[in-house]
Design a protein around this ligand. Structure first.
Ligand code: GLY
Length: 311
């Protein structure tokens, strides 16, 4: 089949002056993933390559440039999921890890468990030959300044919107039909140490099922968890999409990737009054995306092979 790839750099109130940087980041992530997929490579290699580009880019909230927690430390979460086996590898509250997606992949491939956190995840990473870095090396000046402001605000949690930035994600299908989805994040600014958001939780920040499609979410984790948004979107793909507002849940339109994405975000707004977004590929590789934030950074490879990016 024809390979497919979609990426995102988060749904938030992206200021005008950052739109080019966000677009460029998505473009480079697509290029990294597509160089593998277009040569017949595996979707897992492609998705890891795409996420590493996004984690390394300080304009996004993942890896280097992540938001800082209340103690002023970077604490990262990541997940990657295999749509064929429904197996996932996830990590949470990682310190000193430049590319958390690499640890998530190592868990997916080499661990009897699906999720490791904190010291246990760091020990597993070392055993897998993935080096830790100095945690200070993950802190960007922009984020240190944002943290200083956030820390002075006693109601930082309620005002998290002012400190939002983009979680990153990707979904890929290779020529053999292997489908993978992945999400990586530094979480919310001034989060309590030990806080786990939606991103590394299977079904919340990420889900993949080769029978339906793959999803990566972005937005306010505490709300996304309430509606298990990634799995909900995959279920919308699997069935004909149910209109959230239609009487007695009657079917609206025949299922389509774009409709499933919109309905999942619609449900987020309706049931939690929160903001967020998602990207997805249906099992045929059709892209879908939706958000109810002012902007979302995303990109996908169109049918003609051109990269489409938008903010
Ligand atoms: N969606 C990222 C987080 O809330 O952690």
């Amino acid at each position: 089949m024809k390979p497919a790839l979609i990426v995102h750099g988060g749904a938030w109130d992206i200021p005008e002056e950052l739109t080019d940087a966000c677009k460029n980041g998505c473009q480079r992530a697509l290029a990294a993933g597509w160089s593998t997929l277009s040569r017949g490579g595996h979707a897992l290699d492609a998705i890891e390559a795409a996420i590493i580009v996004l984690e390394d880019d300080p304009v996004f909230d993942a890896g280097y440039g992540s938001h800082l927690n209340l103690d002023g430390r970077v604490e990262c979460d990541a997940i990657v999921m295999n749509g064929a086996t429904l197996h996932a590898g996830a990590v949470s509250t990682l310190h000193g890890m430049k590319n958390p997606i690499r640890v998530a992949r190592a868990i997916l491939e080499n661990c009897p468990h699906m999720m490791l956190v904190a010291e246990g995840a760091e020990r597993f990473a070392r055993e897998q030959g993935i080096a830790l870095c100095n945690p200070e090396d993950l802190i960007s000046e922009t984020e240190r300044e944002a943290w200083l402001k956030c820390r002075l605000d006693k109601h930082a949690a309620e005002h998290h919107r002012g400190h939002e930035q983009g979680t990153v994600g990707a979904v890929a299908i290779d020529q053999n039909g292997n489908l993978f989805a992945a999400t990586s994040t530094g979480g919310t600014c001034c989060k309590l140490p030990g806080r786990v958001g939606d991103s590394p939780l299977i079904g919340c920040g990420c889900y993949a099922d080769s029978e339906a499609g793959g999803v990566s979410c972005t937005g306010y984790g505490e709300a996304i968890m309430k509606i298990v948004m990634a799995k909900t979107a995959v279920d919308f793909l699997r069935q004909s999409v149910v209109c959230v507002d239609s009487p007695h849940g009657a079917s609206c339109e025949p299922s389509s990737a774009q409709l499933a994405a919109r309905e999942a975000v619609h449900l987020l707004a309706k049931r939690t009054h929160a903001t967020g977004g998602l990207i997805l590929l249906d099992r045929h590789g059709n892209p879908g995306f939706a958000f109810n934030t002012p902007r979302m950074a995303y990109g996908y490879v169109a049918l003609d092979g051109n990269f489409v990016t938008a903010v």
